[in-house]
Design a protein around this ligand. Structure first.
Ligand code: G3P
Length: 219
């Protein structure tokens, strides 16, 4: 399972990428807004900066609600950087836009997916990846990871090439479970990437090795 960072924060992306474990970045209008990005031009500049840091797919979301608007935005975003994935929501207008843009050869991250049927529709329309939102399903009392498992299993049975990107990851257990479910990608907030590194036995082990080394007269 590949790991992406789910953030528009340039410093987090620089720090995460330095670890050598990140293959892509996902952004959305909320994440952009939380970085003070308040215009299309600023979003473009931030996305280009991200693309300079990381040689992997960068997901950039459209904000139009109608298919024509999404297609126009998608075509524009596709010109911004070398490896764009246009994020399109799982709506009727979204499927129409996915179909048009994917026929143009533009890669699509189908976002806000909350059901297997939405994932099946997106796959038929030509989504490159589909993003089931695990945490937001948990929030309404459903087991979000079950959707990831379901999509992975059905896509495998049906020989569907669309990949599954586990999104709305809220804690490290989501990450573990997404890998166990067979997700191709999980996109993580930076703080969860840092939590994945942590284990108290690693810290105490490093401290003990160092203490023993120094006790023997080494420095
Ligand atoms: O990139 C979209 C997704 O990961 C959002 O997560 O925490 O806002 O549900 P969250």
């Amino acid at each position: 399972m590949k790991l992406f960072l789910d953030t528009a924060n340039i410093q987090e992306i620089r720090d995460g990428v330095r670890l050598g474990v990140i293959s892509g970045v996902t952004t959305n209008p909320s994440l952009a807004a939380s970085e003070g990005i308040g215009s299309r031009e600023k979003y473009k500049i931030a996305v280009q900066e991200i693309s300079d840091i990381l040689d992997g797919p960068i997901s950039v979301e459209v904000v139009s609600l109608d298919a024509d608007g999404m297609v126009a935005e998608g075509r524009e975003i596709a010109e911004w950087i070398p490896n764009p994935w246009v994020k399109i929501p799982s709506t009727a207008a979204g499927f129409e836009a996915i179909s048009t843009l994917s026929h143009d050869g533009i890669k699509i991250n189908q976002t806000l997916c909350f059901s297997l049927n939405q994932a099946l529709l997106g796959a038929q329309a030509g989504s490159t990846v589909v993003s089931p939102f695990v945490g937001r399903l948990d929030d309404i009392g459903q087991q979000g990871m079950d959707l990831v498992k379901e999509i992975v299993a059905v896509f495998k049975t049906q020989n569907i090439e669309t990949e599954v990107l586990a999104a709305s990851i809220r804690h490290t257990l989501h990450c573990t479970m997404a890998a166990q479910a067979g997700a191709h990608i999980a996109t993580l907030p930076y703080r969860i990437l840092l939590q994945m590194v942590q284990h108290p036995l690693t810290d105490s082990g490093v401290a003990r090795f160092l203490a023993d080394w120094e006790k023997a007269g080494n420095s």
